[in-house]
Design a protein around this ligand. Structure first.
Ligand code: 9MR
Length: 576
């Protein structure tokens, strides 16, 4: 199988900021510098130069050159780069190049909502559908869900939340990081000196049913999930009260396509876990401080639930979800919850200022350890979420400790810059197969989030450059010439693995909505379709835009939340 990778000049197909970095990658056998030209849509050459040969790139197996046209700063549409006889896909240089991505990436969450009819008047008729999993036949949940046999003697009303990904499962571990990233995108508008454009995330900025309620729409969206996570908490008086059920999903896997309303499988609550409990503690605590001005009663309820959850987790610190519990839904197992403890303690401390949480923060190994690993944070590795908030949200940690925390973000960003500088395609991930795994696009973006936060903290342009350039990889400057975000870029993913937006299987169904990101290249080839098609692929080639490849091409809330955070940062850069 040889994919059609189009022109050998690889650009960010969406575009570049006028005052941002502008680099492209040429794939060529040439070993010496070649001339390049930047052309307008009518063929006028507006910039030119010579390439920088880089030799063989390990992640792609390609010989590449870098084209640097950062010097070009005028706004224009449909530019192309020409080198070695090849013409790139067209792209824009515009201040507002990312403006609409801010709302597109967030819109994904409304369309993934469970337990509510999706209003085509808001998001387009093709996405309209009746409410799923409200106990209306053939659905068997989620308003009155039993536990798996032997797990509990009660049922819960666990309606609502977002469908996790291409499946109809709902997982507290993963709901947590996704909610947190939406909350942090919003909180950043309060804390980042370079944001200052917070109205872009205010009320009436998203097409959600709550628009016009005087609450920022991004908080309305995050609350849809947080309300559900609160429902997953074990009731008082029951064994493990205050803990949180790990997940709720179908008894057996279903096929594709399948509308949420048509899912006939029994739904089940799976056992509580310490990880899920801490995910609720962290996000409910963060939510409490953000909802305080808008809905004090909800904020108070969230904080109480967070404290109860945290106490329950401390009482039951090693209740792990089983890695084998993967029928009908994903396992999301995680046998190291020290990072979730740190994250939850940090959020509770930031919201309450209480000494007991501060003690737990400073006693955690993650408070002094390196939480920013080379391959980035993710659902199972959440210490960075706590660290980033301790660095950005005002708090009473001793001055020297606060300075050390903030410096740790800059130090991590320096490492990501160094890594990116060594990559033919400019991404802040090491060029080894171990950097290309299930959902890795979100880890690339999360490293960009650290770079962006370093810029927010320091104002140093080099970090802004790193954060912006990392996204070139996502939007097409890569070995496959593939933009991984639906509707964004000349050659973009549109056949992601999902039961709802399964156009590839049924033309009457839509593609995923614009702003949906695919998991990305995965050298593990963890699904049979990718395995048979792509066996032997170089890491950056281990991706296919086919609905059957769930391990390279699924949608997921935790991947879109990373995209939403960075999109808001990028949109702010254009407005600055
Ligand atoms: O994102 C998850 C990834 O890190 C794991 O390696 C993978 C296998 O356990 O599961 C991914 O999460 C999936 C979840 O288990 C079920 N819903 C779809 C998620 C995205 O593929």
């Amino acid at each position: 199988y040889v994919p059609d990778t189009g022109p050998r000049v690889r650009v960010n197909q969406v575009g570049y900021l006028p005052d941002g970095p502008k680099r492209a990658t040429l794939v060529t056998d040439a070993t010496t510098a070649l001339p390049w030209q930047l052309k307008t849509s009518t063929g006028t050459v507006v910039a030119s130069g010579t390439t920088t040969p880089r030799g063989l790139d390990a992640a792609s197996g390609q010989n590449t050159h870098t084209i640097d046209f950062t010097g070009y700063a005028a706004q224009a549409r449909d530019l192309t780069l020409v080198a070695d006889g090849e013409t790139s896909h067209p792209f824009d240089v515009q201040k507002n190049v990312y403006d609409r991505l801010r709302s597109d990436s967030l819109q994904f969450f409304y369309i993934q909502r469970s337990g509510i009819a999706i209003d085509g008047g808001l998001v387009g008729a093709q996405y309209a559908r009746p409410a799923g999993h409200l106990g209306v036949a053939p659905n068997q949940g989620d308003t009155d869900v039993p536990c798996q046999p032997g797990v509990c003697d009660y049922r819960l009303d666990a309606r609502g939340g977002w469908y996790d990904a291409g499946d109809h499962g709902k997982y507290v571990v993963n709901g947590g990081i996704a909610t947190a990233q939406l909350l942090s995108a919003y909180e950043r508008t309060k804390t980042a000196p370079t944001a200052g454009f917070g109205t872009a995330l205010g009320d009436n900025t998203l097409r959600v049913p709550e628009r016009g309620n005087a609450v920022p729409d991004i908080l309305d969206e995050a609350r849809w999930e947080l309300d559900w996570m609160l429902r997953m908490q074990v009731p008082a008086g029951k064994p493990l009260a205050g803990m949180v059920h790990h997940k709720l999903h179908d008894q057996n896997w279903t096929g594709l396509p399948l509308a949420p309303t048509a899912d006939p499988q029994p739904r089940e609550l799976h056992p509580p876990s310490t990880a899920a409990t801490l995910n609720l503690a962290a996000t409910a605590a963060q939510g409490a401080r953000l909802w305080a001005p808008y809905d004090p009663a909800f904020a108070a309820r969230a904080l109480t639930a967070a404290k109860t959850a945290y106490a329950a987790a401390k009482a039951h610190p090693a209740v792990y979800a089983s890695g084998a519990d993967g029928n009908g839904g994903g396992a999301y197992s995680d046998n190291d919850v020290t990072d979730e403890f740190y994250w939850a303690a940090a959020e509770l401390y930031l919201t309450t200022g209480a000494a007991t949480y501060r003690t737990d923060v400073t006693a955690s190994p993650h408070h002094t350890g390196d939480v920013f690993t080379a391959t980035g944070f993710s659902w199972g590795s959440t210490a960075a979420l706590g660290r980033l908030d301790l660095a950005t949200v005002p708090n009473g940690l001793p001055k020297a400790d606060r300075a050390r925390i903030r410096q740790s973000v800059l130090t991590a960003a320096d490492a990501y810059l160094a890594t990116a500088g060594g990559q033919a395609y400019g991404l802040p991930m090491p060029g080894t197969p171990g950097s290309y795994f299930w959902g890795g696009n979100s880890n690339v973006i999360n490293n960009a989030v650290v770079l962006a936060t370093a810029y927010d903290l320091s104002g140093r342009a080099t970090y802004r450059t790193g954060a912006v350039e990392a996204m070139d990889y996502i939007f097409g400057r890569n070995a496959l010439n593939q933009s991984y975000v639906t509707g964004w870029g000349e050659h973009a993913s549109e056949n992601q693995h999902t039961r709802i937006f399964a156009n590839q299987l049924d033309p009457a169904l839509p593609h995923p909505p614009a702003g949906s990101i695919a998991g990305g290249a995965n050298a593990g080839l963890d699904d049979p379709f990718a395995k048979q098609l792509l066996d032997g692929c170089k890491p950056m080639f281990c991706y296919v835009d086919d609905i059957n490849s769930y391990a390279t091409n699924e949608v997921a809330i935790n991947w879109n939340s990373a995209l939403a955070w960075i999109s808001s940062f990028l949109a702010d850069q254009g407005a600055a």
